[in-house]
Design a protein around this ligand. Structure first.
Ligand SMILES: [Zn+2]
Length: 156
């Protein structure tokens, strides 16, 4: 934080504003914790832990929207979207839905993520209905020529 959020005076790292004397200790603490969370998100991403990456990054962005955190978020979403499309291709709908749910925590206002999440839910429900309507007895009740009425034979 370079300027006081109350009076816009230059701070130069001071906890108290030199002009309005506002105590900025908790604000500075939040900034520091946001940096810590961003660093944690990067570590989790390197360790290939998507869930913790998203949680730490979401917390960091909630505390402070730095350009670095926002670029990292966009990168993570693009990378995870490719993964989701792969899951949809393999018809792994529950996994795709869970992955999208995590991504939406990271960027709740993203229209594309919302649409993709709804589409995945649609595919999941459609798959459940298709699976539950496939009764094994239906295949055994296939058309049997002996069971058909023999009305045409009497015309011979
Ligand atoms: Zn001030």
């Amino acid at each position: 934080m370079e300027r006081c959020p109350c009076c816009n005076a230059r701070l130069a790292g001071a906890q108290f504003c030199p002009r309005c004397q506002a105590d900025l200790g908790s604000v500075l603490g939040s900034e520091q914790f946001a940096r810590h969370c961003l660093s944690k998100a990067l570590q989790c991403w390197l360790a290939d832990d998507r869930q913790l990456t998203n949680l730490a990054l979401a917390k960091s962005i909630f505390l402070k929207q730095t350009p670095l955190a926002l670029v990292f978020r966009d990168f993570i979403i693009r990378q995870q979207c490719e993964n989701v499309l792969g899951l949809l291709e393999k018809k792994k709908y529950p996994e795709a839905k869970e992955s999208l749910s995590l991504m939406r925590d990271l960027h709740p206002d993203d229209k594309f993520l919302t649409q993709l999440y709804r589409f995945t839910k649609y595919l999941l429900v459609k798959d459940i209905i298709k699976f539950s309507s496939c009764k094994p007895s239906e295949s055994s009740m296939s058309s049997n020529p002996d069971s058909l009425p023999s009305s045409g034979i009497s015309n011979c």
